[in-house]
Design a binder for this molecule. Sequence first.
Ligand code: DAH
Length: 337
Amino acid sequence: MINKIQELIKEVEAFSSKQLEEIDQFRIKFLSKKNGIVTELFKEFKNIPKEEKKEFGQVLNILKNKVQDKVEFLKLNAEESDDTKIKLDLSLPGDTDYQGTRHPISIIRNEIIEIFARLGFTISEGPEIEDDYHVFSALNFPEEHPARDMQDTFFIERNPDVLLRTHTSSVQVRVMDNQKPPIRTISPGRVFRNEAISARAHCIFHQIEGLYIDKNVSFADLKQTLLYFAKELFGEHTQIRLRPSYFPFTEPSAEVDISCSLCGGKGCNVCKYTGWLEILGCGMVDPNVLETNGINSEEYTGFAFGMGIERIAMLKYGIKDLRLFFENDVRFLRQFQ
Ligand code: DAH
């Protein structure tokens, strides 16, 4: 009998587990009040011959203590490792980081501002609610120009001299009102047009206007400034092309295309197989505009340009629908950093 208990002690000493369930089964097997091994052995006590009782009792107590110590020790270990397992469970989903991202329009606007800041352009702003003078008259728009039309411009019905600016060129007028040449400034901002909303047009969008007035400013300066800008924004290999155009406030005027940033000029469906993408309007500031705004056109010349930020963002990011910029769907917005 004693030998059997010695064997059991060895078994207890050899047992090991980190699983709480297994440890509990081990405890039940030995210590269960019902028919645990140790409990059963204690029941045997009365059948043991007198002279063996003392030794039997001692060995049985050793077995009982060993089982209890073992269970306690293994439980501690198991509990501890279970704990650390929870802490280090690499398969658990991480804490969601709800940090916001910048709007793609802000990203592009900031990039454009940075490029022109390197050329010494400052930033100037003007009001979104304007009057006819700053949006049209001072910019040489003839009385009957269609841009003044109710169809394009949001007027306040009771007072047609209060309107939402249709372009940021109005800021040119305010800058010339307040500063003497040399002037080198860009004006980012929101503009408003009474247009049907579609994938290509919206009644609100963003523009950046540029104005440079100094002595001896030439068309070559304009061209070189825009080439630098295009290469900085769209990559080193970008080429520009100027097409003659008309704006009331510039003479001569041009529209500027960049070589298609997607196909590199070979022709694709984005550039409609022309290899070129239109990005802005520009020209030499019309002497009429300089004079209206108190700048001597004999002494000073200047250039101006204006571009839509949405259009540039669409080209840079390959976005096909302008409405996405205004819907604020986070699944769209989260893609931009
Ligand atoms: N204001 C023009 C528009 O909204 C854009 C523009 C064209 C601005 C030529 C300029 C410019 O300064 O020189 O379509």
